[in-house]
Write a protein that binds this ligand. Structure first.
Ligand code: NAG
Ligand code: NAG
Ligand code: NAG
Ligand code: NAG
Length: 495
C-alpha cells in the first residue's frame, strides 16, 4: 500500500513536471515570438525612410543565365570522392575533371562557405548542365543572373533610375525589368551559371552542411572579357549617375587569357571608374576571388578608385588576409562574431586609407574608402565616414537586414514565425580587451555608434558604425543573389 502511494505520487509529480515543461516551453516560444515581432516592427519603421530623390545608378558588368538545382539531390557522392576525402587530399580550385569538381564542391559544402568557380572543361560543364536541366529530383529552374542585373533590378524596384552594362540574348533580356535601361548589344549565347544550392543540415554522403549556402560553377566565355564596357563608356557621360557600381569581376578569376589581355581589360575598368566626376559615388561589390594575381590587379586598379565596398564574411576575411599577409584565404568562419568582423573592417579601412593618404597627391583620382557594407547570415554591418555624402546608415542597415530575410525566404512578407535570431543579447565592439559591449534593444534594434579609426600618424577617420540583426529565414528557399539584393537595398537609402 505504502509503495503504491509513493508510486502514485511520483506519477502525479512527473505528469506535473512534464506539463510544466510544456507550458514553460510554450511561454518561452511566445515570448521569443513577441520579441521578434517588436524587432520587426521597429526595423520596418527604419526601413521606410523615403529616398530623398530618384537616384541615377549605373551598373557594370555582365549577366548570365542561372540554372538552379538542389545540390544534394543532383550530385552523386561517389566512391572516388570518398577516397579522396579520407586521404584529405582534395582539389579546391583548379577544376578540370568531374572528380576535381566534386572535391571542390565537397570542400565548400562542409564549411557552408559560398563559392563561385570557373572550369575550363567545356564538355564537363555542358554535360552537367544537360543533366541538371532534365533532373527529376533536383528541381531545376532558370533565372536572370549575374551581380549587375540583380543589384540593378533591386535598385530599380526601390525606385532608382538604372542603367546596366551587359550583353544578353533577346531571350534573357525578356527577363529583365523593363524599367532597367540595358546598354550592350545582343548576343546569341548567354553564359550559363550552374547554381548548386543547399540548406542548413543538408546531408550528402558522409558530409553535412553547417548552414544554407550555394556553390556556383561556370564556364563563361563572354563575361571574362567585360565586353559591354565600350558601349557603356559612350552612354555614361550623358547619364551622369549619382552612383556607379562595379561588379561581376570575379568572372575573370581562373580564366585562361592570352598574355596581357586581362590586365588591359582591368585597366579599362579603372579608366571608366576614374572618369566619373568626383560627386558620383563609386561602389565595388566584392566576390569570391581565389586567384592572387587577379586580386592584386583589383588592389591596384579597382579598389583605390572606390568610395564604397560591399562583401560577405568570406570576402572580408579574404581581403584582410591579402592585405596583411599577401595570401588568399579560401574559407573563413561562416558565422563570425560581430567583434571579430568589426576588427577586420577596421583593419581593412586602416590599410586602404593609409594607402590613399600616401598616394593621393601623386594620383588625385584615388578615392578615400568612406563606406563598407558587410553582409553576414546573422547581422548587417555598415561603416560610413563622417562628413561624406553617405546618408541614413541606420536605415540602410535595417533595410539590408529585412531584404536578407525576404530574399532567402522568397517572400515579400517578413513573418516572425518563420525567423530566428543568431545575434546575442549584447555584443562586443572589438575582440580587444576592455572593448565596449553594446546591449541589444528590441525597441531600437539597429545599434549605431561613433568611433575614431586611426589610419596613420597624421590621419584618423571619424566613422559611424551600425549593426542590424538579421531575422534569419528558418527554411531557406534561395541563397544565390542574396548578397546582391542586400547590397542594392543598403545602397539605395544612402545615395
Ligand atoms: C548520378 O548517378 C545516376 C545513376 O548512375 C546518373 O544517372 C546521373 O546522371 C548521375 N548524376 C550526375 C550529376 O552525375
Ligand atoms: C533579388 O533579386 C532578384 C533579381 O532581381 C529578384 O528576382 C528577387 O525577387 C530579389 N529578391 C527579393 C527578396 O526581392
Ligand atoms: C554620432 O555623431 C552624429 C554627428 O555626426 C550624431 O548626430 C549622433 O547622435 C552620434 N551618434 C551617437 C550614437 O552618439
Ligand atoms: C544627405 O542628407 C543631407 C541632409 O539631410 C541632404 O542635404 C543631402 O541631400 C543628402 N544627400 C544625398 C546624396 O541624398
Amino acid at each position: 500500500m505504502g509503495s503504491t502511494s509513493v508510486l502514485t505520487l511520483l506519477t502525479v509529480l512527473s505528469v506535473f513536471t512534464a506539463l510544466f515543461a510544456v507550458i514553460f516551453q510554450a511561454y518561452l516560444a511566445s515570448n521569443d515570438l513577441m520579441k521578434l515581432t517588436t524587432i520587426l516592427q521597429n526595423m520596418k519603421t527604419l526601413e521606410n525612410q523615403i529616398p530623398s530623390h530618384k537616384a541615377r545608378v549605373a551598373i557594370g558588368y555582365g549577366s548570365c543565365s542561372d540554372l538552379y538545382v538542389k545540390a544534394v539531390d543532383f550530385l552523386n557522392f561517389t566512391e572516388s570522392l570518398e577516397n579522396a576525402l579520407s586521404q584529405g587530399t582534395y582539389n579546391v580550385d583548379d577544376i578540370n575533371t568531374e572528380d576535381e569538381f566534386l572535391q571542390s564542391f565537397a570542400y565548400y559544402f562542409q564549411r557552408g562557405a559560398a563559392a563561385e568557380r570557373f572550369t575550363s572543361n567545356k564538355e564537363l560543364f555542358q554535360n552537367l548542365v544537360r543533366l541538371a536541366k532534365k533532373s527529376s529530383t533536383a528541381e531545376p529552374r532558370w533565372a536572370l543572373g549575374g551581380n549587375a542585373p540583380v543589384i540593378g533590378s533591386r535598385l530599380a524596384m526601390e525606385g532608382a533610375e538604372v542603367m546596366l552594362a551587359a550583353k544578353m540574348s533577346s531571350k534573357l533580356k525578356s527577363h529583365l525589368r523593363p524599367d532597367v535601361r540595358l546598354v550592350g548589344s545582343s548576343i546569341d549565347d548567354d553564359d550559363i551559371h550552374l547554381i548548386l544550392e543547399y540548406k542548413t543540415g543538408d546531408e550528402w554522403g558522409t558530409l553535412k552542411s553547417p548552414r544554407a549556402n550555394r556553390y556556383i560553377l561556370h564556364n563563361d566565355h563572354n563575361n571574362p572579357f567585360i565586353n559591354s564596357l565600350e558601349e557603356f563608356e559612350l552612354a555614361l557621360p550623358e547619364f551622369n549617375p549619382h552612383l556607379f557600381v562595379v561588379s561581376g569581376l570575379q568572372m575573370m578569376d581562373n580564366y585562361v587569357y592570352q598574355p596581357g589581355v586581362r590586365e588591359s581589360r582591368i585597366e579599362k575598368v579603372r579608366a571608366q571608374m576614374q572618369s566619373q566626376p568626383s560627386d558620383t559615388l563609386v561602389h565595388f561589390e566584392m566576390a569570391s576571388f581565389v586567384e592572387l594575381e587577379l586580386f592584386q590587379l583589383l588592389l591596384k586598379d579597382v579598389i583605390p578608385y572606390s568610395d564604397s565596398l560591399g562583401m560577405n564574411e568570406q570576402e572580408l576575411d579574404n581581403l584582410q588576409q591579402v592585405l596583411e599577409t599577401g595570401k588568399i584565404s579560401l574559407v573563413a568562419d561562416c558565422n563570425p562574431r560581430v567583434a571579430l568582423s568589426l576588427d577586420q573592417l577596421r583593419a581593412v579601412i586602416r590599410i586602404l586609407n593609409n594607402d590613399y593618404y600616401m598616394k593621393r597627391d601623386a594620383d588625385p583620382n584615388r578615392r578615400m574608402l568612406s563606406r563598407i557594407h558587410l553582409h553576414t547570415l546573422a547581422y548587417q554591418a555598415i561603416v560610413t565616414a563622417k562628413g561624406t555624402s553617405w546618408n541614413n546608415t541606420k536605415n540602410a542597415a535595417a533595410k539590408a537586414s529585412l531584404t536578407a530575410h525576404r530574399h532567402v525566404c522568397a517572400s515579400s512578407i517578413v513573418n516572425p514565425d518563420a525567423a530566428y535570431r543568431l545575434l546575442d543579447d549584447s555584443f562586443a565592439t572589438s575582440t580587444l580587451e576592455g572593448a565596449r559591449r553594446i546591449p541589444f534593444s528590441k525597441e531600437d534594434p539597429v545599434s549605431c555608434w561613433n568611433e575614431t579609426i586611426p589610419v596613420n600618424n597624421q590621419h584618423q577617420l571619424e566613422v559611424e558604425i551600425c549593426v542590424a540583426p538579421v531575422l534569419i529565414c528558418k527554411v531557406a528557399k534561395q541563397t544565390a543573389g542574396a548578397g546582391d539584393n542586400i547590397s542594392g537595398a543598403g545602397l539605395v537609402l544612402q545615395i
